[in-house]
Design a protein around this ligand. Structure first.
Ligand code: PLP
Length: 341
């Protein structure tokens, strides 16, 4: 593990905050240069509140608290992967394509070469090509499962095979795992110390506005993430809201969204203007339209906004449609059926 971490990070003396050094909550707090007049947010976030959220999340994921990193969205964890493991201008990251855009944006920001490997035509994992694209300086391999925007999840055995053969850290982004029929890879973090699993509260858990995401990995990786992150990366309001909402019960909503997804897939399949509907393990459907731009504009005119992926290599002609409430999905289909007639 140590040889995968950037030398400057290995040598890092982390910043120690006032709240790290004195963890109490009561008393006359003259240690952090805050405004002393209470308004609910005049104090820096309490370490105890952060700990409380982490322990609730860790319990719900079935992992030890030392294995869980709490970030400002999982986007922060993606960026930290680069900052902790990749030497700018030297190391590289391997990733599937098409996939979530932040892997390559963060690579560019950190001056890390990004090696994109096109998925097979049926969106299955190009296992051999991913390994062929890696070398001794390949520090990260990003696999998004279920993948955005293709919607499919990958067999655990295939990802496990990659973990065994890839020389660096394998990052599995499970932003949509709650909608999937395939299991999470979180239990595999017990077996492999080079596996990082990313999850988020933004999608199934209904808290995208909070900006909270997590990384689950070997405790040593989490220790480096915590050394490198901004001292107060998650604000006190965010922590307080999350602490009150967790463990949140979104099981019924997820069930409904999964059944709406099946219905929507069937309805889209029945349209003449739709060439293909890809199977989905996520809360969105990727569908290929005869004239995606026209269909997109028809929906826009009715104030229905979907994601145009029609020019993305590998998903030519497609629109990505998030599964909405039953009413929203009915409205979407009304508009598309009228266009189709
Ligand atoms: C939406 C999304 C995220 C972003 O998560 P945040 O926690 O909101 O930053 C991460 N990965 C994938 C694949 C996503 O689609």
């Amino acid at each position: 593990m140590k040889e995968l971490i950037r030398p400057n990070i290995l040598a890092l003396e982390p910043y120690s905050t006032a709240r790290d050094e004195y963890k109490g909550e009561l008393g006359i707090m003259l240690d952090a240069n805050e405004n002393p007049y209470e308004n609910g947010i005049n104090r820096y976030p309490q370490t105890s509140l952060r700990r409380s959220v982490i322990s609730k999340l860790a319990a719900s994921k079935g992992v030890a608290v030392e294995k869980l990193f709490l970030g400002n969205g999982s986007d922060e964890a993606i960026d930290l992967c680069y900052r902790v493991f990749c030497r700018p201008g030297v190391d590289n990251a391997v990733m599937i394509a098409p996939s979530y855009g932040m892997y390559s944006v963060c690579a560019s920001v950190n001056d890390v070469e990004c090696r994109k490997v096109q998925l097979n035509e049926d969106f299955s994992l190009p296992v051999d090509a991913l390994l062929a694209a890696s070398d001794a300086n390949s520090k990260l391999l990003f696999i998004c499962s279920p993948n955005n925007p293709t919607g499919n999840a990958y067999p655990v055995e295939e990802i496990e095979g990659l973990i065994q053969k890839f020389p660096g850290i394998v990052v599995v982004d499970e932003a949509y795992i709650d909608f999937s029929s395939r299991p999470s890879l979180v239990p595999l973090t017990e077996k492999y110390d080079r596996l990082i699993v990313l999850q988020t509260l933004s999608k199934a858990h209904g808290m995208a506005g909070l900006r909270m995401g997590l990384a689950i990995a070997d405790a040593e990786i989490i220790r480096y993430f915590d050394m490198v992150r901004y001292p107060y990366n998650v604000g006190s309001d965010t922590l307080a809201v999350a602490d009150g909402l967790l463990p949140d019960d979104v099981t019924a909503q997820i069930e409904e969204l999964r059944s709406e997804r099946a219905k929507l897939a069937e309805d889209l399949n029945g349209l003449k203007c739709v060439r293909k509907v890809y199977p989905s393990d996520a809360n969105f459907i990727l569908a290929v339209f005869d004239n995606p731009r026209e269909a997109y504009n028809v929906m826009i005119a009715e104030k229905i906004i979907v994601r145009d992926r029609s020019t993305v290599k590998g998903c030519e002609g497609s629109l990505r449609i998030t599964v909405g409430t039953p009413d929203e999905n009915v409205r979407l289909m009304e508009v598309l059926k009228r266009y189709d007639a």
